[in-house]
Ligand binder design. Structure first.
Ligand code: SF4
Length: 394
């Protein structure tokens, strides 16, 4: 299966849903409760995916200043500013890529602040602009451990959310539909985990840069059969590559962990830079963020609460350190690259001493300044010099 075709089908259908008064569209944050929305029959759109597309196509350079002029600071999430600027400007890469005149208009906006509070401000802008209901989940954050109290809190918020969504959907939630959506999400996420785990092989059959492309379906299509089919086929393909000893980076010499957000507008540049130095970026926090091993269709709301509370970005630094150390071991990593994304302190983990603490445990690292979408914060020259010098020392 071709990822481009999978994404094209997804967006084509979303465009049709937005134009059909009988179908309802919900916007959801990337690690929000998508399974509840799908079980209620909503078509689900993820604005962060649009932010990534704006970054990857470098359209952000034109749209971020538009949002800045509308009062949204250059220092806040550049997914947010890229996306809001695109809406004000009336342009989107969805037109060129998928034939959509605009992002599909929502019937409801649903966010969860398990990742950051920027998503709340982001969705609130659309709620005001289009007079659309705005619903939010506000979980406890930055947790050393996920307790029964945390889970009960979020499960109760889900129950309240379901009541509000039922009124918009015009139907009651069928418990079986939720179990099925969760079962499909669990299957897809397990396959996605296995896909990423193939990079434990030496040479690794896929890199972080490949992963940022292949992750599209697990973000926007979890809860559907399409995602399951896509990752089943991809896994078979990668296993065949492992068998054949085919690596993503020819002559793989070093193995790197990428911590933090991708630099969407420089994926190819960075991929080529690492490949030139025979270094494979074999694991990342970012791609792993859509592994939800806690989903349990037999216990839907509490298991969703646990899964969405337990994500890396929602944990304290000690937990994050243990997590990275475990992956360094499992993937035989030689060094860690921390991407300090200027506009996403929420998903940049180099500011509170973590690289030093890893170094004290014998894990070398570097910190590269950059951003997810705002390329004014990223220097090709400086990052190239820094990365090549780092690889040299390993
Ligand atoms: S986690 Fe970072 S990139 Fe994602 S929405 Fe929040 S601020 Fe933006």
């Amino acid at each position: 299966m071709d990822v481009k075709q999978v994404m094209r089908d997804y967006f084509t259908d979303l465009g049709a849903a937005a134009a059909d008064p009988a179908r309802k569209v919900a916007w959801c944050t990337s690690v929000g409760p998508a399974e509840i929305l799908r079980a209620l029959g909503f078509e689900v759109y993820f604005p962060e995916n649009h932010g990534a597309l704006l970054g990857a196509t470098r359209a952000s350079a034109d749209t971020i200043p538009v949002a800045n002029a509308a009062g949204y600071s250059p220092e806040i999430c550049s997914y947010l500013t890229s996306d809001i600027g695109a809406c004000i400007k009336g342009s989107t890469p969805l037109t060129r890529s998928y034939g959509l005149a605009e992002a599909p208009r929502p019937d409801v906006l649903v966010y969860c602040t398990n990742q950051c509070k920027d998503v709340m401000h982001w969705f609130a802008w659309y709620a005001r602009r289009w007079q659309v209901p705005l619903l939010g989940i506000h979980p406890p954050t930055h947790l050393p451990e996920v307790t029964a109290e945390h889970i009960a809190d979020v499960a109760a918020q889900y129950r309240r959310l379901i009541g509000q969504l039922e009124a918009i959907a015009g139907r009651r939630l069928d418990p079986q539909a939720l179990e099925q959506a969760l079962a499909r999400s669990r299957q897809a996420t397990d396959l996605w985990a296995q896909v990423l785990h193939t990079a434990r092989a030496r040479p690794a059959p896929l890199s972080f840069f490949d992963g940022t492309i292949h992750m599209g379906p697990i973000v926007v299509l979890r809860g559907t059969e399409v995602a399951i089919d896509y990752y089943r086929a991809l896994l078979a393909d990668l296993r065949a590559k492992v068998e054949a000893g085919a690596g993503a980076v020819p002559g793989e010499r070093l193995r790197i962990y990428w911590e933090g957000m991708p630099v969407w507008g420089r994926l190819r540049h960075l991929s080529e830079l690492f490949a030139r130095n025979r270094a494979a970026v074999v694991a990342s926090t970012y791609c792993n963020s859509w592994i939800f091993a806690d989903f349990d269709p037999a216990d839907p709301l509490p298991s969703m609460a646990r899964a969405y509370l337990s994500i890396f970005i929602n944990r304290d630094d000690d937990w994050k350190q243990r997590y990275i150390e475990r992956l360094v071991e499992e993937f035989a990593i030689d060094g860690v690259l921390f991407h300090a994304a200027r506009t996403c302190p929420n998903n940049s983990n180099s500011s509170y001493g973590l690289p030093r603490r890893l170094s004290a445990r014998g894990i070398p690292s570097i910190v590269v300044d950059g951003d997810l979408c705002d390329l004014r914060c990223f220097s090709d020259e400086q990052s190239t010099t820094l990365i090549e010098a780092f690889l040299e020392t390993l």
